[in-house]
Design a protein around this ligand. Structure first.
Ligand code: BJW
Ligand code: ZN
Length: 248
């Protein structure tokens, strides 16, 4: 199922970049955003993941984040996360760009991580910006308030908000300069993250998608591998290790 071409591309790569989405955490038990399994209480992410939604109904949005914070604490990284840790150790200049806020890549042991959409375990006051990174505070049922009276929000990127500039610059850099680019477990509908595979492709990278189904990005990929990331990624790592062993 893993092509010899991909293995050779990885073996010769001077730089590899990976973009992950909710699908990589699906096998850990974290629901994705879209698709039949992806809706929380029938709300679409576009109805919850906005500043306006938070101001209109902070309790509802806070409840969604608390539900997810608790869930994330109860799950573990899966073989897909661990395979990316191994890949980082096998190839030079590896950048893991994630849209996920769930911390599972860090918990698995990945090191060079770019977090495009923030981190669910961090929070800040919408009025004065003071940081509140204590998970216990985050798990309070009611929306906590800052000393200044402002509402405390999760440190994530909502629709209509800019991505953290330093993280975006690192992602763009990695996508522009890599030899192999993977798009894993993302529907590719949310921008600007979804433009990274195209940036990589335009700059000559070999682009590979791993997903359980075709996406909006599939048409321009050099290779589309249909399957679960927790099964495909360990296989890629195994094949790469075999190829690297042959060299020496
Ligand atoms: C598996 C699997 C397994 C399952 N193995 N695979 C019109 C056109 C273009 C852009 C826009 C537009 N109108 C508005 C915009 C901009 C907007 C946007 O892109 N909207 C589109 C939806 C149309 N983007 C923004 O607003 C961004 N900011 C921005 O553009 O700033 C500039 C600006 C400023 C001011 C005004 C306007 C613009 C910000 C986007 C922030 C996204 N935030 C969220 C929430 C983060 C916090 C949180 O987690 O709560 O990020 S939304 C949500 O979607 C989350 C995700 O990171 C993101 C992407 O989702 P992802 O990861 O792809 O998940 P799914 O569920 O969609 O897909 C899962 C995939 O996994 C599926 O394909 C499955 O098949 C697969 N899968 N199991 C492998 N085992
Ligand atoms: Zn404050």
């Amino acid at each position: 199922m893993i092509s010899e071409k991909l293995v050779q591309k990885l073996k010769n790569a001077k730089s590899v970049a990976v973009l992950t989405g909710a699908g990589i955490s699906a096998e850990s038990g974290v629901p994705t955003f879209r698709g039949s399994e992806g809706l929380w209480k029938k709300f679409k992410p576009e109805e919850l993941a906005t500043f306006d939604a938070f101001i209109r109904n902070p309790e509802l949005v806070w409840e969604w984040y608390n539900y997810r914070r608790k869930l994330i604490q109860e799950v573990k990284p899966n073989p897909g996360h661990y395979a990316l840790v191994e890949l980082e150790n096998l190839v030079p200049n590896f950048t893991l760009i994630t849209q996920n806020v769930d911390n599972l890549h860090r918990r698995a042991g990945s090191r060079n991580i770019v977090e495009l959409h923030g981190n669910i375990e961090k929070n800040y006051c919408i009025k004065c910006g003071k940081r509140y990174d204590d998970v216990n505070l985050a798990l309070e049922m009611k929306v906590p308030k800052c000393d200044c009276g402002g509402l405390i929000r999760p440190d994530v990127v909502w629709f209509g908000e800019l991505l953290p500039v330093d993280q975006w610059e690192k992602a763009e850099e990695a996508a522009s300069n890599c030899d192999v680019f993977f798009s894993i477990g993302t529907s590719g509908v949310v921008y600007p993250a979804a433009s990274l595979p195209q940036i990589a492709k335009r700059n000559g990278a070999y682009t590979v998608e791993i997903n359980i189904e075709r996406t909006d990005l599939s048409w321009f990929m050099d290779e589309v591998i249909i399957g679960k990331s927790g099964e495909i990624l360990p296989e890629i790592v195994k094949k790469l290790k075999e190829a690297l062993a042959q060299k020496s």
